[in-house]
Design a protein around this ligand. Structure first.
Ligand code: KG4
Ligand code: ZN
Length: 339
């Protein structure tokens, strides 16, 4: 029997809702971006994000239900899920409160989902081959992790950033290059017109044993370079910076897959939308004989379909969550991971 999950995502600056069948078939996925309201501030303003979620959530959920052809949620849906963390506390509270209210009103189970686990399941929406075990490079605005996914819900931490997340580095470097917010897509775009060999920026921890990352060095190095070379084109600097970050990410991911003896590599999180990272990871996995689980760009960045996919897996493993589950700004996926 088909199982339908409505999921809500509101951990940062996207208000999203989706209906997904059997954990992988997307019946609807609606994302209301808040980019325009935060752009004048050069980044996400938490208080504004919470208010915008409150405004957008009801119409976004309604749209997701209509698009999925659901006119009687209480009888047609099987569960209501929401991201409970990690993320901005005020933003999370809006989505979690809304999802709990719907689950109570419709008499449906509630599932509280870890946002990072949601990113992991993005590949399941589009790739029927997606199945653990695999090594995942999870690169978002707040996290940079290398995990060995042993089974659904079972992760070994291989490495993580010791300072900035990869997406955070993209955002900060974009800001200092005057490319605005959101920074990752802006650097990706302008880098296509630049020459990545113009500046050799540092590749933090690339030759160190282990799988931890560091991106604060490359960020400071870009700042120093911009100040001392005002005539170098922004496109060349952006391309060179992107090359340095992607080089480290791909080098460590393939080493991690080899050490873990994994047959598959998965990319997840907003930075996995980066063209250069996608191209390099595709070439590397072909060379190393690895299967590659690579979500479409739209499913890499925050959306609710991935949250529904993770919720479905969680329901199979451990059933619904209690209704008193709290929003968790810090929610480690593995004991020592997360903020
Ligand atoms: O996963 P996500 O949508 O939200 C978080 O959970 O953080 O990731 C957002 C991050 C931002 O730092 C954004 O700049 C980055 O992903 N990003 C990109 C690209 N698209 C989004 N970074 C590099 N290239 C891109 N094309
Ligand atoms: Zn995310």
């Amino acid at each position: 029997m088909t199982s339908l999950v409505l999921a809500i995502e509101s951990s940062c600056d996207e208000t999203a809702a989706a209906v997904v069948a059997d954990g992988h078939r997307v019946l609807s996925s609606v994302v209301a971006s808040q980019v325009e309201v935060h752009a004048p501030f050069g980044g996400v303003v938490p208080e504004i994000a919470s208010r915008a979620h409150l405004e957008h959530l009801v119409p976004v959920v309604r749209r997701a239900l209509v698009d999925a052809g659901i006119d009687s949620p209480a009888t047609q849906l099987d569960a209501v899920a929401a991201t409970v963390g990690p993320g901005l506390i005020g933003a999370l509270v809006v989505g979690v409160g809304h999802a709990k209210a719907l689950s109570l009103a419709w008499g449906l189970p509630f599932v509280g989902v870890n946002h990072l686990e949601g990113h992991l399941y993005a590949s399941r929406l589009e790739d029927p081959a997606f199945a653990p075990p695999f090594v995942v490079l999870l690169v978002s605005g707040g996290h940079t992790l290398l995990l060995h996914v042993l089974d659904h819900g079972r992760f070994d931490l291989l490495g993580r950033t010791i300072d900035d997340a990869a997406g955070e580095a993209f955002d900060k470097v974009a800001r200092l290059l005057g490319l605005g917010y959101p920074g990752g897509p802006a650097i990706d775009r302008i880098a296509t017109q630049g020459d990545a060999s113009v500046v050799s920026f540092p590749r933090g921890l690339i030759d160190e044993p282990g799988f931890d990352f560091s991106f604060s060095g490359v960020k400071s190095s870009v700042l120093r370079y911009v100040r001392s070379h005002p005539d170098t084109s922004v496109a060349d600097i952006a391309a060179s910076f992107q090359e340095a970050v992607v080089d480290v990410l791909v080098t460590k991911a393939r080493k991690a897959a080899a050490q873990a003896g994994a047959g598959a590599l998965c990319l997840a999180g907003g930075v996995a939308a980066n063209s250069s990272l996608r191209a390099r990871a595709t070439a590397a996995s072909e060379e190393d004989g690895l299967a590659l689980y690579l979500p479409s760009r739209a499913m890499c960045t925050d959306n609710a379909a991935m949250i529904a996919a993770a919720a479905w897996s969680q329901l199979q493993r451990s059933g619904p969550s209690p209704l008193d589950v709290a929003a968790r700004p810090s929610f480690p996926l593995v004991a020592t991971v997360g903020r």
